[in-house]
Design a binder for this molecule. Structure first.
Ligand code: SF4
Ligand code: SF4
Length: 446
């Protein structure tokens, strides 16, 4: 009875904090500009099933993909056991599903155990790649400090979760063999649980222990497992691992247009059309509204980006595939598309906290440009390699382009080389410094 009350209080507290934190993330994302991504639902579902659920893009590199698949599948299937843990926690029962599911219960728990072993191996591999082999992609400058600790912390939590599962099942297996387990017994199958892994590691690790010790170990495993689940849940909103929730909506709302297609700035397009149309009457346009907020060209800060850009920032797994494939980064430039996404998320968190604390008009004197330098922005070749490779369909390039647009159109900041090229296009109709009349002269040369 007391354990049920403690469990219910912990569960309520865990879910309440998690919900409050997720509402903060939602309100941060909604700071972004409107963008309609409700079209073509069938195509969106297909993309989500293939890319987010099927991990399609991950398999361009088979080894990390298979390792990730172990952890991902174990995570999904373990949710079944979690339902039982919740039922047991609330009712004070023990392995309540066993009574009704019988042999199928043994099959499911065995499957979870096998996947947990594979996930354990994968987690060790991931820890080694980060900390022993020190894979360059996972140890770039933007990964120093907290991002590195965050990645390690979550891997350690996963190991702890798996160890708790085996403590719980292993000790219970031995207890059951001694007819001392409290598991539901309406199932009259074999005289053991017969779980695929713990039927071996249970007797091997715990076989010599007394019943009292085993009961304590089983309870430590059970409570340890559920406590880690609550800690994990409440840690997610502060971690890059939020992608395990956001990857699905993020891929669903991804851009279905051809990747190279740039959106026109409608205000500029209208002006240019007016300029180029000989029949246009410039006075036919309605008088400008003096009270209207002037339109911002490009992105100065996070609220100038679309809500999808902001959701991208929270969905980034910090895997670094984009940076690894970025030609600018490969040739030693400062630009790292992953760092662009991390900076956007950091600034968004800061902006959201400021608004909640000081109101929406508060100005802290910073902007997204305080986090991302002009050098990074102008290093982008707009090749889309980052977008193509991202396993959760994020577009760092889209943010870069909007920030560049702000620099050019609002701040008149443009590198000299580009300024010269723009002048040439304006005067000569081509990026070169030659008059259009001279263009054909090459044909006259001997
Ligand atoms: S679009 Fe820009 S940021 Fe992305 S890979 Fe190409 S150069 Fe790098
Ligand atoms: S933007 Fe995509 S590819 Fe780049 S680090 Fe984030 S999840 Fe990985």
């Amino acid at each position: 009875m007391i354990s049920s009350i403690i469990f219910i209080i912990l569960a309520l507290a865990g879910f309440t904090f998690f919900t409050l934190n997720m509402l903060k993330i939602r309100s941060n994302i909604l700071l972004g500009q409107k963008l309609d991504r409700t079209d073509n639902k069938a195509e969106r579902w297909k993309t989500m099933i293939l890319v987010a659920f099927g991990q399609k893009k991950m398999f361009k590199r088979w080894f990390p993909a298979v390792m990730h698949l172990f952890i991902y599948t174990a995570f999904i299937i373990t949710q079944i056991e979690l339902i039982e843990i919740f039922t047991d926690g609330i009712t004070g029962g023990h392995r309540l599903f066993r009574g009704s599911l019988g042999g199928f219960y043994t099959f499911i728990i065995s499957l979870i155990e096998i996947l947990s072993v594979l996930a354990f191996i994968a987690t060790i591999v991931f820890l080694s790649r980060r900390n022993l082999i020190r894979l360059p992609r996972l140890n770039m400058r933007e990964m120093a400090g907290w991002p590195r600790k965050d990645a390690n912390l979550i891997l350690i939590m996963e190991l702890t979760l798996i160890c708790c599962i085996f403590m719980m099942n292993g000790a219970d297996e031995v207890l059951f063999n001694r007819d001392m387990s409290h598991a539901a017994t309406t199932f009259t199958g074999d005289n053991t649980f017969g779980f695929a892994v713990s039927q071996f590691i249970g007797p091997a690790f715990f076989g010599n222990m007394s019943n009292e010790t085993l009961m304590i170990i089983e309870r430590i495993g059970w409570w340890g497992h559920i406590m880690m689940v609550f800690v994990f849940l409440n840690y997610l909103p502060y971690s890059k691992h939020l992608h395990i929730l956001l990857a699905f909506p993020n891929v669903y709302y991804s851009n279905l247009e051809p990747m190279g297609k740039f959106a026109n700035n409608q205000a500029v397009k209208k002006e240019v059309q007016l300029m180029m149309d000989p029949d246009a009457d410039p006075y036919a346009a309605p008088a400008p509204d003096e009270n209207a907020t002037p339109q911002r060209f490009g992105a100065k800060d996070v609220e100038d980006l679309s809500w999808k850009n902001l959701m991208d920032a929270y969905s980034c797994t910090e895997c670094g595939r984009c940076t690894d494939n970025c030609p600018a980064n490969q040739t030693g430039k400062l630009l790292s598309p992953r760092a662009i996404m991390m900076a956007t998320r950091d600034r968004l968190d800061e902006k959201g906290n400021n608004i909640r604390k000081h109101g929406k008009d508060y100005d802290d004197g910073k902007s997204l440009h305080s986090y991302i330098s002009e050098e990074e922005l102008w290093a982008c070749t707009t090749c889309n390699a980052c977008v193509e490779t991202c396993p959760v369909d994020i577009s760092p390039m889209n943010i870069i382009m909007q920030m560049r647009q702000y620099l050019v159109m609002e701040e008149s900041k443009i590198p000299n080389e580009l300024a010269g090229m723009n002048t040439n296009i304006e005067n000569n109709g081509a990026p070169w410094q030659f008059s259009p009349e001279d263009r054909i002269k090459w044909a006259e040369e001997e």
